[in-house]
Design a protein around this ligand. Structure first.
Ligand code: HEM
Ligand code: HEM
Length: 212
């Protein structure tokens, strides 16, 4: 829903979700990487707690998206992908081109979201397998849950998800702080963008401002 002059971009529950996931991912990265850099502390418990909170948040997110039937906002259609690709190609080859206004999210944001989903799901699935191998308040460790060989693959996949997520977050935060994308940052804090920002940057046919 929109007030006059303002269009709601992220309602409160979605903003809370984003910042919870952001804090969880940053806690996961600092707790796992600081000990490797020589700063030793009892990192394992905050690490798996942040992992479980992240998994719970993502499960809530998937249910909320299905309930709101807003999957289409993050879906990259063939026509939209081709239009964005030919625009980038024209820019790279120095030809003049008209940019096409996206719906709620640009193609780059949809690709980032897809990559973040894959990375988080791989980290979560492998993390749970690794957690079964340690003592927690919920269970005693079972070191033979997976074979030695599978454990190796699980560790590599978990580490790859970590490394890829670092690069992705650097790029994500860089774009969030860029002046022309600053209205996105405001919308992830306060929820709204101005009607002018909506009309200048988004196609109302692809993003119905009244559907959250
Ligand atoms: C794999 C299943 C997932 C599906 C089907 C899904 C789907 C969606 C959709 C459709 C939206 C657009 C909602 C809207 O703007 O109205 C969205 C937004 C978002 N997603 Fe996901 N997502 C998934 C996983 C994830 C994961 C793993 C993360 C965390 C890294 C994540 C983080 C976000 C964030 C931060 C937003 C923007 C905030 C919002 O408006 O909801 N998503 N997602
Ligand atoms: C702490 C630094 C972070 C900042 C400043 C930040 C900022 C933002 C902003 C401003 C948006 C809204 C873009 C829009 O309205 O379209 C957004 C969306 C999103 N954020 Fe973050 N974020 C941060 C950390 C993270 C982390 C750690 C993750 C998890 C991997 C994440 C995942 C997402 C996803 C999946 C979306 C939706 C897709 C998109 O809009 O690109 N963010 N973020």
């Amino acid at each position: 829903m929109s007030e006059s002059g303002r269009v709601v971009r992220h309602k409160l529950s979605h903003r809370v979700f984003h910042w919870i996931t952001a804090v969880c991912v940053l806690v996961l990265l600092t707790t796992s990487l600081l000990p490797i850099l020589g700063i030793k502390f009892n990192w394992l418990m905050p690490h798996w707690i942040a992992g479980l909170v992240l998994i719970a948040a993502v499960l809530w997110h998937i249910v909320a998206i299905v309930a709101a039937r807003s999957l289409g906002y993050m879906w990259a259609g063939v026509r939209e992908s081709m239009a964005s690709a030919s625009f980038v190609l024209a820019i790279v080859t120095g030809k003049s081109a008209h940019s096409v206004k996206p719906g709620k999210y640009s193609l780059a944001q949809k690709i980032f979201h897809l990559a973040a989903s894959v990375v988080v799901l791989v980290a979560a699935a492998t993390g749970i397998i690794m957690m079964i191998g340690i003592d927690t308040p919920f269970w005693d460790r079972d070191p033979y849950f997976v074979t030695e060989q599978t454990r190796g693959i699980v560790f590599v996949a978990h580490g790859m998800a970590t490394l890829i997520s670092i690069t992705m977050i650097i790029v994500h935060v860089y774009f969030a702080l860029r002046p022309e994308k600053r209205y996105f940052l405001r919308s992830m804090i306060s929820g709204w963008i101005t009607r002018r920002e909506y009309e200048d940057n988004h196609d109302p046919k692809l993003w119905n401002e009244d559907k959250q």
